[in-house]
Ligand binder design. Sequence first.
Ligand SMILES: Cc1ncc(COP(=O)(O)O)c(C=O)c1O
Length: 393
Amino acid sequence: MTIPTFDINCLNAFAQKMVQEKKTAVGFPCNQNVKLADFYHWYAVSGLADLAMNNVGDPRRPSLYSLNTHEFENQVIDFFSPLYGFAQEEAWGFVTSSGTDGNNHGIYFGVNFLSSQSDIKPVLYVSEEAHYSIMRISDLQGLEMRQIPTSIKGEMEVQAFEQALDTTRPALIVIAVGTTFKGGIDNQDAIDEVLTRKPPVAVYRHVDAALFGGFLPFTEYAHLLDHSACNYDSIAVSGHKFFGFDEPLGLFITTNEVLAKQNPFQVSYLNDSVPTISCSRSALAPLKFWWQIHTTGVEGYRRQAELILKNAVYLKERLDEISYPAWKNDISNIVYFQRPSDWVMKKWSLAPTEDKRLGGKLAHDIVMRHEGMHTIDHFIDDLLLMIDQNSGQ
Ligand SMILES: Cc1ncc(COP(=O)(O)O)c(C=O)c1O
């Protein structure tokens, strides 16, 4: 096998292409306004780029592997726990490798928690418009899953949930706070009302807030993710979405009560303290998060949240102005619309889906920080050009 020669020009050309493409990447929930150059500079000169740290184990317990960033990881969790309505002393969490990793833990922890209350296998309930990772994880963990139909806005139909609910078995409910395509928010109060009226054997609620979990705590809608009011047991949030990290990472937060029901599997060389599914975990990710928290602060996050919601409204207004079929849920930075021609889809990295209730083929634009009004105007210009071209055919 021949190994290609190391060619810095080839690497530079690749980097330039990526930098160019980020400007029109609006169809996926990655915030391209990444600000980590100072962090990487510090990381290199500090000497940390020349050693191997690893956050294996429970960040709250002493680790036998001393080269870790557990203290920073704990501070990240301590910063976010109250923002999601967890009391500091009841919260346990860690920096995950992605939103999917957080969902995997939510479901796995949920199954263990429920099995401490009943020998009967739980049923996993989730809406049809929830992220596919839930289906994948359910399959992986060998669970019975019931998919609940959704409203036209992508929110779980609570009546259908009630009909599907088997009260003779424990219920593991995955609640979507911001579905992937339309940004639908499941109604936790209404779900709760059903569970109170028709209590199953035991209940565990995991919230998948991969994208919305980043910005909602910094808005007037923070109550939608308030653990103390909503009563959910765990939450997963992605770090590379709203927060704008350069690689997949995320947050998983639950309670010490839930943690206590997990099996650490007694690994003596790791101090019997590995509640996480994966053994090795990134030490760099918590350090980046810590850096960002300190350089952005609550006020900074608040401004960023306000900006994306405001720009999403602007995008919807501009689409209305040109009479382009488009929809946006009230509390959302996602605008979904009739699917444009292939060249527009490709140029703007748009993601496709279908919904017969909205006329069939759709695409969406997830307004993140790198998509300002100027970029939105440019996108609208392309749609107008496309309409012009199509009318001439
Ligand atoms: C609602 C929702 N949940 C989970 C995920 C998966 O998150 P990640 O890509 O961080 O694994 C996504 C990704 O888009 C999502 O939209």
